[in-house]
Every structure is written in structure tokens, then in C-alpha cells.
Design a protein around this ligand. Structure first.
Ligand code: G5P
Ligand code: MG
Length: 216
């Protein structure tokens, strides 16, 4: 398909559409989607040691401690081996970005720039199938059967951290911690920003961008 391994990072505020755009990248380009949030939520469901450690941080909108997340994500990247991937939710601050850069050469950073008022409306309608990470949204991406996952028929749930007061906290933390990360990647000429209010308008631009980049 593509001549070389392509490693991308997708960055954007909570609810900006990182998971949604990543799913389209997986379907179109065959990259693997490595989402820190999905991995942590799966661990919570499976009641693993990692899940038990992460749970209270996630529920309150705080970051899970760096050493836990970094170990988990670098472990997953190693398992993936020599395949193109898109990293979603990691790195989440400058310390994580530095550790990642010591290990992996990142080819592109996709920055989703969505106004906060749009995000606050979206997450109210978000429903997920936590075991797989599949995400739905009432009125945008409805499940075929209300309240049920399309593939497994299992019940959908809402995320504990999608409560309005936790979303506000996550948005605040995002702005504070990700500004330096974006600046860091920006200095290295890696950032391409996509601004808009709708995924269906942003996705075609991301697709064109990746077609050009990944084919080089
Ligand atoms: P996560 O899981 O990384 P966030 O906060 O970065 O969580 P989130 O909430 O998963 O990001 P997203 O993936 O950017 O958002 O957005 P999405 O799910 O695709 O879209 C949001 C909703 O809008 C969905 O319902 C979707 O269907 C809908 N939607 C999309 N586009 C449109 C549109 O155009 N129109 C409409 N109407 N709807 C649309 O992190 C969670 C927690 O895990 C921990 C932290 O505690 C974090 O808070 N964590 C880490 N901690 C430390 N270090 C790390 N690296 C960590 N990573 C995760
Ligand atoms: Mg997500």
C-alpha cells in the first residue's frame, strides 16, 4: 500500500473528534489506532491493576500519572512493531512528548482545532461501547439500534468523565498542558492544524493531507 511506515500523532481537545477521525484513518489508510484513553478504559472494565490505578484520575478529569501511561503506551508501540500507526491521547504533556521522541520518529502531528462551545454540546450526546472503544453520537453517528453497539449488540454507556463539570476541567487542563506540546512539535515543523466545527468538513482535508504525506 504505502512505501514506508508512517507514524502520526493526533492532537485535539476532549471531544474534538480524535477518535472519530482516527477511525476514518484506520478504514482508509489501514493505520493502527493506538488510543491511550481506550486502553485505559479497557483496563478499567477488566479490573486490571492498571485500570484500578487509573480509574479515579480519569473520573475526575485529571491525567493519569506519566510513568503509568508512558510505560503502557511504549509497550503497546513495541507490540505493534513495524506498522503505520496513529497515536491518539498520547503524548499528553511535554514530559510524555520528550519520552516518545527519544523512542520514535513521528512523521506528522494532526491538530484538531474545534471551538469549545461545539465540544460541550457534542459530549452530552456521546455514547460508547467501552470494550471496543467504538463511539456514537445521538444525531451525528447514531447506533443502528438505540442504546446498542452495532457490532456486538451490547449496551452502550456514557463516560463518567463526560459529566459537564468534568468536561470543563478536562478542557482547561488540555489548554494548559498541550500548548507547550504543540509549540514543541511546531518548532520541528510537524504540526498541521485543521480548524472547523464539523468532522465531515475536516475529514476530507485530513484525508488529502495524509495521501500526500504518507505517499512521499
Ligand atoms: P481520552 O480518552 O484521550 P480525550 O479527553 O482526549 O479523552 P475524547 O473525549 O476521547 O478525548 P475525542 O476522541 O477527541 O474525545 O472525540 P470523539 O470521541 O471522536 O468525538 C466526541 C463525540 O462527538 C463523539 O460522540 C462523536 O461521535 C461526536 N462527533 C464527532 N464529530 C462530530 C460532528 O461533526 N458533529 C457532531 N454532532 N458530533 C460529532 O482521555 C480520557 C482520560 O484518560 C486519561 C486522562 O485521565 C483523560 O482525561 N488519559 C491520560 N492520562 C495521562 N496521560 C495520557 N497520555 C492519557 N491519555 C488518556
Ligand atoms: Mg477519544
Amino acid at each position: 500500500m504505502y512505501s514506508k511506515i508512517f507514524r502520526a500523532v493526533i492532537i485535539g481537545a476532549p471531544g474534538s473528534g480524535k477518535g472519530t477521525i482516527s477511525e476514518r484513518i484506520v478504514n482508509t489508510f489501514g493505520f493502527l489506532h493506538i488510543s491511550s484513553g481506550d486502553i485505559l478504559r479497557q483496563n478499567i472494565i477488566n479490573n486490571t491493576e492498571l485500570g484500578r490505578k487509573a480509574q479515579r484520575y480519569i473520573a475526575s478529569g485529571q491525567l493519569v500519572p506519566d510513568e503509568i501511561v508512558t510505560k503502557t503506551m511504549l509497550g503497546r508501540i513495541t507490540e505493534v512493531g513495524n506498522k503505520s500507526y496513529i497515536l491518539d491521547g498520547f503524548p499528553r504533556n511535554s514530559a510524555q512528548a520528550e519520552i516518545l521522541s527519544a523512542r520514535e520518529q513521528i512523521d506528522a502531528v494532526i491538530d484538531l482545532n474545534i471551538p469549545h462551545d461545539v465540544i460541550i454540546e457534542r459530549v452530552k450526546n456521546r455514547w460508547i461501547h467501552a470494550p471496543s472503544g467504538r463511539v456514537y453520537n445521538i444525531g451525528f453517528n447514531d447506533p443502528k439500534v438505540p442504546g446498542k453497539d452495532d457490532k456486538t449488540g451490547e449496551p452502550l454507556t456514557q463516560r463518567e468523565d463526560d459529566k459537564p463539570e468534568v468536561v470543563a476541567k478536562r478542557l482547561e487542563l488540555y489548554d494548559e498542558l498541550m500548548r507547550p506540546v504543540l509549540a514543541w512539535y511546531g518548532k520541528r515543523g510537524l504540526v498541521t492544524s485543521f480548524k472547523g466545527r464539523k468532522t465531515n468538513e475536516i475529514w476530507p482535508r485530513v484525508e488529502v493531507f495524509l495521501k500526500e504525506k504518507a505517499n512521499k
